[in-house]
Design a binder for this molecule. Structure first.
Ligand code: ADP
Length: 449
């Protein structure tokens, strides 16, 4: 096992990883930017190293400074969290070259899965169902139009290198398609340094269902069931996630789980990862992409499986074997996570920054809060707007919903605009309570904007 691990991240996920390390008796090294001097993660870690000015490109994305911090402190491994460098194959490769263990899959796997068009091809070869789409990237407008005519509008243009809901465009006809191709290409070039795009059938009112997998370096792969992440803003930002998905029966759950394991095996995947699918109204499911890192919403899988995913990531990276097989994984009850962010739901979720003047976290049976904020904390304007994740577990979905409603009423965050009241109204929505959710739910049922 590692003696010392550096956490190349900030915010709640850095705190989450530090907690796992402490329970494994591993010393922790936090890194922080000049904008994060008072941050909780640097206070909780055994050591903290400043890695540069507040803007992320100068600090949390500064590979040279992070690697130097690891050398200076004698860290044997780096946990990247999510975001920042977590899915950057160059960073993982540098770690491999300088003999610091990157806690995640190999740089080759990250590279393969990072290109969505490539990943689709690989999945097709492994008989994992994928959304009907163009074969690889689009070279001419004519190819895109032919595809759209064959499959029928609407179609969705996607950036091969896209992520975080960016670089996507839904189009209804030939004119929109040809205009969309140009804008998507230039947007993607600007955002990701890669203008490659491809086109997929747009699945109407789907659910976003993703499978958590865990793979050791000895060929064992298990899945920990699925998460339903259909509740998203119109910019595809997830707001609430739950496990299990109310629409899956045991046999469909097995099929989706097995497809995810096939996907992981096809690329020689190691460590924790997520295979994302779209689930259509007739229970047909299609591979969308694979995320080669721990996800924001991982706690819901932890709550139903009783498995600490971050500890497992660290153990697997240290070469340990998974101590169980698929049949040993027991999923019980229902878990829901609300991502409480500093955003103003009345202003299309525009970010809000400032000082948290008052903070009170909910508690009690079945309630978990993963957060880095405290009363008096000043939110730096440079990073994402996540304040706290509230995760509630119950015997069934109804109990998890009641527990979440109770928790959100207990929770107090003052000083910045938050999504707390918006989350409260999702929880009391009759359609949500019935489990009738899909990716346009917030727009259709909550009158977003
Ligand atoms: P990103 O990597 O940017 O998050 P994804 O490929 O994961 O992009 O897609 C994000 C969201 O966009 C999905 O959860 C879903 O709501 C929507 N989406 C993506 N592809 C399709 C599609 N073919 N049909 C309908 N909705 C889609």
């Amino acid at each position: 096992m590692f003696k010392r691990v550096l956490i190349a991240n900030r915010g709640e996920v850095a705190v989450r990883v530090i907690r796992a390390c402490q329970e494994l008796d591993i010393e922790t090294v936090a890194v922080f930017s000049e904008g994060d001097r008072d941050a909780l993660h640097s206070r909780l870690a055994d050591q903290a190293v400043c890695i540069g000015p507040a803007p992320a490109r100068d600090s949390y994305l500064n590979v040279a400074n992070i690697i130097s911090a690891a050398f200076i402190t004698g860290a044997q491994a780096i946990h990247p969290g999510y975001g920042f460098l977590a899915e950057n194959p160059n960073f993982a490769e540098i770690c491999e070259r300088v003999n610091i263990k990157f806690i995640g899959p190999t740089s080759q796997v990250i590279e393969k899965m990072g290109n969505k068009a490539e990943a689709r091809k690989l999945m097709l070869e492994s008989e994992v169902p994928v959304v009907p789409g163009t074969e690889g990237i689009i070279s001419t407008e004519k190819d895109a139009i032919n595809f759209a005519h064959n499959i029928g509008y609407p179609v969705i243009i996607k950036a091969a290198a896209g992520g975080g809901g960016r670089g996507m465009r839904i189009v209804q006809n030939d004119t929109e398609l040809s205009q969309g191709l140009n804008t998507a290409r230039s947007e993607s070039e600007a955002a990701f340094g890669n203008g490659d795009v491809y086109v997929e059938k747009y699945i109407e009112e789907p659910r976003h269902v993703e499978v958590q997998i865990l793979a050791d370096e000895h060929g064992h792969v298990v899945h920990l069931g699925e998460r339903d992440c259909s509740l998203q803003t119109s910019r595809h930002q997830k707001m609430l996630e739950e496990s299990p998905c109310a629409a899956l029966n045991p046999s469909l759950r097995n099929r989706v789980g097995e497809a995810a394991i096939r996907a992981a095996k096809a690329v020689g995947y190691t460590n924790a990862g997520t295979v994302e699918f779209l689930l259509g109204s007739r229970n047909e499911f299609f591979f969308m992409e694979m995320n080669t890192r721990i996800q924001v919403e991982h706690p819901v899988s932890e709550m139903v499986s009783g498995i600490d995913l971050v500890k497992e990531q660290i153990r697997v990276a240290a070469g340990e074997r998974l101590g169980y097989r698929q049949r040993d994984v027991r999923l019980s009850g229902h878990a829901i996570e609300c991502r409480i962010t500093a955003e103003d739901p009345k202003k299309r979720f525009a970010p809000s920054v400032g000082k948290i003047t008052k903070y009170h976290a909910p508690g009690g049976i079945g309630v978990r809060v993963d957060s880095h904020i405290f009363s008096g904390y000043v939110m730096p304007p440079y990073y994402d707007s996540l304040l706290a994740k509230v995760i509630c577990h119950g015997h069934n979905r109804a109990e998890a919903i009641q527990r979440m409603q109770r928790s959100l009423h207990e929770m107090v965050i003052e000083g910045v605009k938050t999504t707390l009241s918006f989350h409260r109204s999702i929880l009391s929505n009759a359609f949500f309570k019935k489990g009738e959710v899909y990716t346009n739910f917030i727009k259709r049922r909550m009158g977003e904007g």
